[in-house]
Design a protein around this ligand. Structure first.
Ligand SMILES: *Cc1c(COP(=O)(O)O)cnc(C)c1O
Length: 390
């Protein structure tokens, strides 16, 4: 089956009593057992069946199974947000005295998780330039728990050379963990590029309509103890599993993901091309533009599309604020990959609590607008942008 077909036709493992065609939402907490022995067998993992919805739920398992088939992964675990997926993954690979080799160019909360929260538990961040392979190799030592990166960074649009970084990580005995939120797994096979664990915020493309929070951990066979720790220890002890209602909405999102994504990526490319000739815009960044510094690398790794996130720069921060205030169709909002187009000024919002010096290191400029391009007609988006710049 092709992935488009599989996304629609993968059945749930145990059909419900009425033969419902879409997956039922199991909004229950507990499950009853036929007898005491079966109950013991399920609790002790001798029989695979749900026992308590903090750690297992048929609606969530169905989503995990579908993602597993679509990605070819060994294990998939769904969490209640992207940050829960990332924090649980890092807590499963890292421990006291270890270090994480990563970049300044990270989603703000991920940077704070690694730079602040995990530091309190004795895990040291090693921030480096991931485009400098020699530097990365030097920063990995026997205490390195993982190399962590985002496949296309937000908002800098830096693309990681996954094959090169995976081979360095593996040579030095560690694993590569990649946040793939900006390019969905329907377009690329990160496992084939050497990524050991893929994490993503399913709040974004998967959910699509901005209906629900979620996160996925896609394990390509990292190490047996990783999956064991995630499922047998952390789901129980941290309690951040995806709720059934969210899994239902995200399963619906998964069924139309590839179609929505390809249209959004096509819209982003058309818009990026047009914005290069709009008065008042001094710079346009989109990985899909042939003149972008990471265009070729992105095409090689992710195929012909380059996501639906682009940035452009105006003369000043004030010009950015004026622009945002005048928008009529495009929404001032912080989500990514909603069906609607969303605009934000990252320096004063997502990165607003970082200092100016930190923002310079992170390459978050006061003149940048970030656009998450939706499914509207490009013509309408362009005219909204033009009128807001006047
Ligand atoms: C949004 C986002 C996250 C966090 O996801 P939530 O679902 O909001 O917790 C992590 N990484 C990236 C790249 C994101 O865009």
């Amino acid at each position: 089956m092709n992935r488009e077909t599989a996304a629609l036709h993968l059945a749930y493992t145990r059909p419900d009593a009425y033969g419902a065609l879409s997956v039922p939402v199991y909004n229950n907490v507990s499950y009853e057992f036929a007898d005491a022995q079966t109950m013991s067998d399920v609790f002790c993992n001798r029989i695979k069946a749900p026992d308590y919805s903090r750690v297992a739920n048929p609606t969530v398992t169905n989503l995990e199974q579908r993602v597993k088939v679509l990605t070819g992964a060994e294990h998939v675990t769904a969490f209640n947000s992207g940050m829960a997926a990332i924090s649980n993954t890092l807590m499963a690979v890292a421990g006291q005295g270890g270090n994480i080799v990563t970049s300044w160019h990270l989603f703000g909360n991920t940077l704070a998780l690694i730079g602040r929260t995990l530091l309190r538990f004795g895990v040291t961040p090693r921030l480096c330039d991931l485009t400098n392979l020699a530097e990365v190799e030097k920063r990995i030592d026997e205490k390195t728990c993982c190399v962590f990166l985002e496949i296309v960074t937000n908002p800098q649009l830096e693309v990681a050379d996954l094959e090169a970084l995976a081979s360095i990580a593996h040579k030095k005995g560690t694993v590569l963990i990649a946040d793939s939120t900006v390019i969905p797994f329907t377009e690329t096979h990160l496992g084939d590029l050497g990524v050991d664990i893929e994490v993503l915020s399913s709040t974004k493309y998967l959910s699509g309509g901005g209906t629900s929070l979620g996160g996925l951990v896609i394990d390509y066979g990292c190490k047996p103890e990783f999956n064991q720790r995630l499922k047998q220890e952390q789901l129980f002890n941290f309690g951040a599993y995806m709720p059934a209602q969210s899994a239902y909405m995200q399963t619906l999102g998964l069924e139309t993901l590839a179609v929505r994504y390809r249209q959004q990526a096509a819209n982003a490319l058309a818009l990026a091309e047009a914005l290069q000739n709009v008065k008042g815009i001094v710079r346009v960044d989109y990985v899909g533009l042939p003149n972008h510094r990471f265009h070729d690398l992105a095409q090689r790794q992710f195929g012909p599309t380059a996501g639906a996130m682009l940035t452009f720069d105006l003369e000043s921060q004030q010009a950015c604020f004026n622009f945002l205030n005048r928008l009529k169709i495009i929404h001032r909002a912080t989500n990514l990959f909603d069906n609607r187009t969303l605009a934000i000024h990252p320096a004063s919002t997502i990165f607003g609590l970082f200092g100016d010096k930190e923002k310079r290191v992170m390459d978050v400029r006061p003149t940048t607008i970030r656009l998450s391009v939706g499914l509207e007609a490009v013509e309408d988006l362009l005219s909204d942008i033009k009128q807001a710049l006047e």
